[in-house]
Design a protein around this ligand. Sequence first.
Ligand SMILES: Nc1nc2c(ncn2[C@@H]2O[C@H](COP(=O)(O)OP(=O)(O)OP(=O)(O)O)[C@@H](O)[C@H]2O)c(=O)[nH]1
Ligand SMILES: [Mg+2]
Length: 451
Amino acid sequence: MPPNQDTIAALATPAGASAIALIRISGSDTRRIATDLCGTLPHPRAAWHGDYRALGGELLDDVLFTFFKGPASYTGEDSLEVSSHGNPFIVHKVLSDLFARGCRPAEPGEFSRRAFLNGKMDLSQAEAVMDLINARSDRALAAAHAQLRGGLGQRMTAITTEVVDVVARIEAYIDFPEDDLPPEDRALLEQRMDRIVLMTNALIATSSYGELLREGAKTVIIGAANAGKSSLLNALVGRDRAIVSPEPGTTRDFIEDAIIVGAHKLRIIDTAGFNPIPAPIERLGQAKTLELVSSADLLLIVVDRTLSPPPTLPPDALRLLKPESTVWVLNKSDLPEGRGRDAVKEGHEAIEISALTGDGIDRLRNAIVAKLDGFQPNQSDSIAISSRHTRALGLAQVGLQDAQAKLRLGSPLELVASDLRSTLGAVGEITGRIDHEEVLNRLFATFCIGK
Ligand SMILES: Nc1nc2c(ncn2[C@@H]2O[C@H](COP(=O)(O)OP(=O)(O)OP(=O)(O)O)[C@@H](O)[C@H]2O)c(=O)[nH]1
Ligand SMILES: [Mg+2]
């Protein structure tokens, strides 16, 4: 058993009426409380069916108790789960009784925090628990599972081991300053540091995909006024989300919604159409659209294919388009074709659809999935999912680059070692090896109570 910890209790399931509510208890008083409630200490990890009687003897509910003997529990401490009927009134009474028996209310994320402190998981795994709870697409779920199994932690350990080894070698020379660092050893150290830089680079490269998983792929629909952008949004979302009208300039502001396409979550945004001669109010919208284009993960460019001559799009926007993140949507396939297709940039993919009839929407969905699949990094077992990871990796990188530069310039080895130690600190922040009260407080505060 870990050192004595006060005993915490909280509802682990959502508040409100439901079939079952689960109340979780963890800490050093758990054993006594479980024994008092059941009349005997239930066998660990086996359901114990019985009455829940409050301290005063009042029957509160017919429940299942499950006792977990530490360290074989989520938190690593003795824990008890009480499954009651999902009535908020019963839950309130059970929790009040547990508080009367010596528990205190758990803070958000406190169960996971204890799991981390008791060595049940590293910090990246604790975060993965939260990602798992919040994952809304197959890809996000898979990434959270990989992180929960320690994928990211293992990469960090590999980086840490390498850096520690290089630091140890350098320190060996610092201890014997009369021996100058032979050139072949210097070359070896440089090589090894290059390798570590590659390892961190590979992880940093996953961070934009990590954000895409967390927030959803930012998918921006652009195109000339009246091309059918809002109609396309509605077709993809499956309901009348945006106003559609034959009048150009209908959409003035951004309209955003979230959808799942294949295994991906998308944040889809409809924009104000490009109009060659914009009214002042439209001009504002179009400036904002350009901003969105530059920050988008995926662009859907809607072109009215019935037009002759083809529509012209602002050169500022066209310049930003990359074939791997752009799909041209040739709309109004239910009408006779004009020369709209000529607007498509060379080497880019174009899909014909009718936002009105729904024709071609499935093909468009497949094209979107293929593009987003293309963003998945090779090492999908370990993705730097959170901005916390990205920041720490960036700091690690700075330390490495400084150390490399100093080594190349022949600076004193103490300084090289000191830069590498700051890299170790940054990498350690991700797994929580470097105990940082501040980091822990910030991180677990984002958890829900009962987790
Ligand atoms: N026949 C046909 N009409 C369509 C299709 N898609 C859109 N329209 C019509 O084209 C007009 C413009 O559609 P919107 O979806 O409002 O176009 P928009 O690009 O959002 O326009 P703005 O917001 O003004 O920039 C409407 O009258 C739609 O009904 C289509 O596939 N076929
Ligand atoms: Mg519109």
